[in-house]
Design a protein around this ligand. Sequence first.
Ligand code: FAD
Length: 302
Amino acid sequence: MKPAPFTYHRPETAAEAVGLLADLGDGAKLLAGGQSLVPMLNLRLAVFDDLVDVSRIDELSGIERREGHLWIGAGTTEAAVERSAEVAAAVPLLARATPLIGHRQIRNRGTIGGSLAHADPAAEYPAVVLALDAELEAVSPRGARTIAAADFFTGFWSTALDEDELLTGIRLPVRGGAATRCGFGVREIARRHGDFAIAGAAVALEVDGDDRVVRAAIGLFGLGSVPLRASAAEAAATGRALAEIDADDVGRVAVADLSDVPSDLHGSAAYRTKVGAVMVARAWADAAAEATVGATAGATNG
Ligand SMILES: Cc1cc2nc3c(=O)[nH]c(=O)nc-3n(C[C@H](O)[C@H](O)[C@H](O)COP(=O)(O)OP(=O)(O)OC[C@H]3O[C@@H](n4cnc5c(N)ncnc54)[C@H](O)[C@@H]3O)c2cc1C
């Protein structure tokens, strides 16, 4: 399959990329790793007159510890995220979710910004940034702005980004401290290794010195037309001692009010809901074990 003809642009800076988007208008599209966009172009599910390749803009790439958060450039490849000791120490949930994305060849090219901007509801990163309360930085001809992950995913494959807006970086809060311990878990079920998840869950937990939950965040993927937070299950767990919480109950509550679970040849809505509850329960159990057993204050979160 071949894409329809397009003009290829390769800006050197973010400002140049934004300028090109503004000049070229609706027929232009950003290209990062191409792992989602190129198959769509090849199948002619998408047709654009101009592609603006941002994959070689240095300022969009990098991983840096900054005041209270870890900054990851939108153009940073998934493979670089996977290899980063800084990511593993500061935001373990992101590190653990990354190897679940496709295959190594895809992660070598695919970028964190591309994955978030593509906003596939079955993708791992959208659910992870939701669970971590990340903030997304974007720039357009109107200037720079920051979008909370909770406001970013607006519909199936759609985000709060304007057509002429470039995602530049992701700010991930570094959690845990002297008084709390963190635990993280991510689980998914897929037909084959490397396939998109049929259903999955990412859990970030923070407990106090008495093992009482002070923060519970559960991101769901593959279980709706957008990635979701399981707010009712989070609220039910918050303030309770970890030992009193049954992981299976967390799973049941997490899926109880889902209203648009997909149904397709990979699985019916009922099947997805059922295995979704199991994925939540397992991810919760992993996170709870990490937050409790043998953990010292703050150690799980650098
Ligand atoms: C066989 C296969 C299996 C896969 N399996 C998985 C999987 O299991 N889990 C998963 O999460 N993903 C999976 N993917 C997708 C992969 O993670 C992609 O890398 C990712 O979705 C898109 O990243 P990209 O950098 O390649 O973006 P591109 O494909 O280049 O772009 C994707 C979209 O994002 C926009 N975009 C890119 N960068 C920016 C930016 N900086 N600012 C604004 N918009 C931008 C583009 O315009 C386009 O609309 C798979 C892909 C393939 C081909």
